[in-house]
Design a protein. Structure first.
Lengths: 628, 104
């Protein structure tokens, strides 16, 4: 068995970066802080890739049995409650966690490098890198943790660093509001996660993932029900709520579009490639349990499919480049979710993997474009293909990948997902198919509006090397990641899955994608009034979708009108009158008594002596009275 | 020569005690107050010696107690005089009324 002890360094190096940069960054090395953070992440990426290589290709072929069950590395008791129930700090090594550390550290490295150029000259440059380090640490810890509660700890840390980075431009009120919204919505969902953890650990009497799964699948487990549904299903459902909050699934998706207030590389890292897939990862981590519970899996299936469709429709109407990408992220995560719901574990993880590349690439390209035109609105863009040729090519590659055009990476993973959905549920398959057409349409709407639409001028924009290198690497990943033989490497039970492709399955999605691209090219290829005509034809629905189906308004109605009035105000009244009143009463009584007796402290020594002798005399009298 | 009865000695020591107490409460001069405290201590000393001699003539504890109290009284007088000197430096008076600043 190879020694993976150095795996602890992978999350700890970014943590070291966070501590050093957070404490001394702004004072001691203002300009080198980026290099320090990047260097640390570079080392941890190299280690992660080395672990992945060792795991999948070094030992994997020779010893399949070794892969058939997850390995627990570096287990340390941290908070033991009873011999079985303890919160350990451990690192778990199985195909999905190894794949995740490779992806997370790699994307994080790309974003670190990109930010060297993108965030240059920022006032709080060192703080930015410190936060990035904190995020990378917590995300790596999240995917490595071998204990359900440890996952929860890192889960919250991830949420916290996401909050810090969304609110990075804290002098902008919208950024502050967005950070608060993201934090509150995900925190609200995490409550479900926590209750789910408590239920599952109460049932299984353990928090360790491996033990938990074994215990909960034990048929001798007492079958407890609550409201007619088994406790296990409740636990899994509540944990899924936590995952849905983090992964921006309907109806908890409202924070993700607003989270785009953060710096663009942060959106690429956190709100596209890594953190938002944590929900998918969580369901995948407990997949054996979810697989044993068809009811909850149905919920996962429909929530995923509905979110994918809803987000795709909204994305077609938005005009802010980052918001379009945010809704696209939500839609793609919906894909991953419904793939999980239709027993397409490998397909879902595969899509997670390829999505990380092309979505990070899209966001980084968007960052370059936003810097160039100084605006997020695609209406002001157009004709940029000659001005920024490299960005143009990269963006095109990413769009083709997300649209699922062969041979780009998205094609393979989306094919797998649709195949799984086809075998599980025809309705969801059709939804997925339609969504994939929509995806192609809105991505190419973005592409044509940005790069064509207007006559192009030939003034190549100079891009620093630190920005172009990540773009090129990610573009290569987005183009070729699909050729990785993923199904051989990844499976819930460790055994390689036989790919049973149905020939001809690929025709429908690709044809729809091409159709979507064609419509987008027709509408947005040249400046014309065609889009306006289409909008006029479906005005009502367009307005409805443009306002994101008024979900935000519904939420603010519920919170401001109902919750604040019915719960908030009475609670405030009780707090102000009863709780505060009790405290004030106590203070008033104390003040009154002390005012009464403070005359005794006269400052005269002889008075004190008199009290003293009076006391002694009193005691003497008392003793005489008692003992005689 | 007949022995002085114990009660006489106790009357003397009690008288001394209350004289000391009277002085402690009525005098405003700190040195006089210190002297009154010494009277209190000495009345206690007399009690110790008298009880030792009349009740347990073959023992010496009372006498030793007295010796300790005398030693402590000397130390206490030294400390008190140091305090009085410091007070005098601050208030230019050794009148106890003048130092009544530490009140509420």
């Amino acid at each position: 068995m190879p020694n993976y002890a150095y795996i602890a360094l992978i999350p700890l190096l970014p943590l070291a970066g966070f501590v050093v940069l957070g404490l001394f960054g702004r004072r001691c090395f203002r300009h080198f802080s980026g290099l320090i953070g990047t260097g640390l992440v570079l080392v941890s990426t190299a280690l992660a890739l080395w672990v992945a290589y060792q795991y999948f290709f070094g030992t994997g072929h020779t010893a399949l049995a070794f892969r058939s069950h997850p390995l627990i590395m570096l287990k340390a008791d941290w908070l033991p409650f009873s011999p079985h129930l303890s919160i350990d700090l451990s690192a778990i090594i199985d195909p999905i966690s190894v794949m995740m550390i490779a992806v997370v550290s790699f994307i994080s490295l790309m974003v670190h490098i990109f930010s060297l150029g993108y965030m240059k000259g920022e006032e709080r440059f060192a703080t930015y890198y410190a936060f990035l380090g904190l995020f990378t640490f917590s995300m790596l810890g999240l995917v490595l943790s071998g204990n359900l509660f440890e996952t929860y700890i890192f889960w919250e840390l991830v949420g916290c660093s996401s909050f810090l980075l969304i609110g990075y431009y804290y002098e902008r009120p919208t950024a502050v509001a967005a950070a608060k919204k993201a934090f509150i919505v995900t925190r609200f969902a995490d409550l479900g996660f926590l209750v789910g953890i408590l239920i599952l650990s109460f049932q299984a009497k353990t928090l360790d993932f491996n033990m938990l799964i074994v215990q909960l699948l034990d048929p001798r487990l007492p079958h407890t029900t609550f409201l007619g549904i088994s406790l296990l299903s409740w636990g899994l459902f509540l944990i899924f709520i936590g995952g849905a909050g983090k992964s921006a699934m309907f109806p908890l998706h409202i924070w993700l579009p607003d989270a785009m207030e953060g710096p663009t590389p942060v959106s690429a890292l956190i709100h596209a490639a890594t953190m938002v897939v944590a929900g998918v990862y969580l369901v995948a981590r407990l997949y054996v349990l979810y697989g044993s519970d068809p009811g909850v899996l149905q919920i996962v299936l429909y929530v995923g499919a509905f979110s994918a469709l809803l987000a795709a429709i909204i994305a077609c109407t938005q005009t802010d480049i980052k918001r379009v990408l945010a809704y696209s992220t939500m839609s793609q995560i919906g894909y991953m979710m419904f793939a999980l719901g239709s027993y397409g574990y490998t397909a879902s993880i595969f899509h997670l993997f390829t999505h990380a590349f092309f979505k990070a690439l899209l966001f980084l390209c968007a960052g370059v474009i936003i810097h160039q035109v100084q605006s997020n609105e695609i209406k002001g863009m157009g004709g940029l293909r000659k001005t920024m040729p490299l960005t143009h090519v990269c963006f095109l590659v990413a769009c083709l990948a997300i649209a699922g055009i062969p041979p780009f990476s998205g094609f393979f993973s989306k094919e797998d997902i649709l195949l799984a959905a086809y075998q599980a549920n025809k309705l969801v398959y059709l939804l997925g198919l339609f969504t994939s057409g929509l995806t192609a349409f809105y991505m190419f709407r973005l592409y044509f509006s940005i790069f064509w639409n207007k006559p192009s001028e030939r003034h190549p924009h100079k891009m620093p090397l630190v920005e172009s290198i990540p773009l090129v690497i990610l573009a290569l990943g987005a183009a070729f990641a699909g050729f990785i033989p993923f199904s051989r490497l990844m499976n819930p039970d460790g055994a390689p899955e036989a790919t049973h492709g149905i020939s001809g399955m690929a025709i429908a999605p690709v044809a729809l994608a091409l159709l979507g691209i064609g419509i987008a090219a027709y509408l947005y290829g040249k400046e014309s009034d065609r889009p306006a005509k289409v909008v006029a034809a479906v005005r009502g629905f367009y307005t409805f979708a443009y306002h994101k189906f008024y979900i935000d308004e519904v939420y603010s109605f519920i919170t401001k009108k109902i919750i604040f009035n019915l719960i908030g105000r009475p609670a405030a009244w009780i707090d102000r009158n009863i709780v505060d009143g009790l405290m004030n009463l106590l203070a008033a009584v104390t003040a009154r008594i002390s005012a009464g007796i403070k005359g005794f402290q006269s400052g005269k020594v002889q008075d004190y002596a008199l009290y003293f002798f009076a006391g002694i005399a009193g005691l003497t009298v008392l003793f005489i009275y008692i003992y005689t | 020569m007949s022995q002085v009865p114990l009660s006489h000695i106790l009357i003397v020591s009690t008288a001394l005690f209350f004289i000391g107490m009277y002085g402690l409460f009525t005098r405003r001069n700190m040195i006089t107050m210190l002297m009154s405290v010494e009277l209190l201590l000495n009345s206690v000393n007399i009690n110790f010696v008298a009880f030792n001699k009349y009740l347990y003539p073959d023992k010496l504890e009372g006498v030793f107690f007295t010796l300790f109290i005398i030693a402590i009284a000397a130390a206490e007088a030294a400390v008190t005089i140091a305090i009085i000197i410091n007070l005098y430096r601050n208030f230019h008076s050794i009148d106890v009324e003048a130092t009544g600043e530490m009140k509420f």
